[in-house]
Write a protein that binds this ligand. Structure first.
Ligand SMILES: C=C(O[C@@H]1C=C(C(=O)O)C=C[C@H]1O)C(=O)O
Length: 288
């Protein structure tokens, strides 16, 4: 697996604002290796990782879980929230408890959030709704369903509209129900790319970590860019980015382990997920 061209490394970048801090100062042209970027919504990147066109980069945590055997998790990188996330939102005509056996339209851009919804509906609310997967367009979704799940910038823009719908933040619901944090995106590398070109991968990981550090030390360039391209106020974006967590430590790992366990119990993932860090693998290789 991985891109067939050994001189080129293909990197997946999530186009939503929630992932910007990790990519904002990442400049592929400044690296020694040749790195090609593919920027898209999570579901497209998930497929690229799964089919091997993408070697390294961001993907839905759920998609990582599905193919964890062929991937290694990159350290200290994620899009997580320990409570509300503000951009994984279920819009409904009536309060949540009345739609647990209804019809829910879910965005075709997601994997983690659609499966989080299934876990919450089934295990927390003991419901069994019908799901339809469609383009992320709130008014169209509400024409064909009782509720609509949007993620990323689609959810953010819809949350600013005056549509009179109930809004449930799925990350907040997960946190209230389990007490755990939720990780929506992780960064991972194909095992063969990690093995065949360790220097390039090391350089990419260092550059992503450096971008994250620089972004978080002063959010204002990202905040202005978000205002310019998406809209909204400075205060909104400052709070939005400050509320997200970009780390991947014990807290995020525990939340993700629980999420994968529930996904397995419900048959959403066909196997139990074992998470292996790229760093651990490198250390083992160094010792050998
Ligand atoms: C926080 C978010 O997380 C995103 C949600 C994803 C999913 O549902 O599969 C994937 C990547 C994340 O960037 C968001 O979209 O708002």
């Amino acid at each position: 697996m991985g891109s067939q061209d050994n001189d080129k490394t293909v990197l997946g970048k999530i186009q939503y604002t929630n992932a910007w801090p990790i990519f904002y100062y990442f400049e592929p042209d400044s690296l020694h290796g040749t790195v090609e970027m593919i920027t898209d919504v999570p579901s497209i990147l998930n497929r690229g990782m799964g089919e091997g066109q993408i070697d390294i980069g961001a993907l839905s945590s759920f998609a990582y879980g599905e193919i964890s055997d062929s991937l290694l998790l990159l350290p200290d990188l994620s899009v997580s929230a320990d409570g509300p996330v503000h951009s994984i939102l279920l819009f409904s005509k009536v309060p949540l408890e009345y739609i647990i056996n209804g019809r829910i339209a879910v965005t075709n851009t997601s994997a983690s959030s659609t499966n989080l919804l299934k876990i919450l509906m089934s295990k927390a609310l003991e419901g069994n709704p019908e799901y339809i997967t469609v383009d992320p367009d709130l008014s169209r979704m509400m024409e064909v369903a009782d509720a609509a799940l949007l993620i990323g910038d689609h959810a953010i823009k819809a949350s600013w509209e005056d549509h009179g719908l109930y809004v449930t933040d799925l990350s907040e619901l997960w946190n209230q129900w389990t007490g755990f944090s939720m990780t929506f995106a992780v960064w991972a590398v194909h095992r063969d790319a990690a093995e065949n070109k360790p220097e390039v991968i090391r350089e990419i990981v260092d550059a992503l970590l450096a971008s994250k550090r620089q972004s978080l030390s002063d959010l204002s360039p990202i905040v202005y860019e978000a205002m310019k391209t998406i809209g909204g106020t400075m205060k909104y974006w400052q709070r939005y980015f400050e509320n997200l967590c970009y780390d991947y430590g014990a807290r995020q790992r525990q939340g993700l382990e629980l999420y994968f366990r529930y996904a397995y119990e419900l048959g959403l993932i066909s196997h139990e997920v074992t998470m292996e860090l790229w760093q651990e693998k490198t250390r083992i290789q160094v010792k050998e």
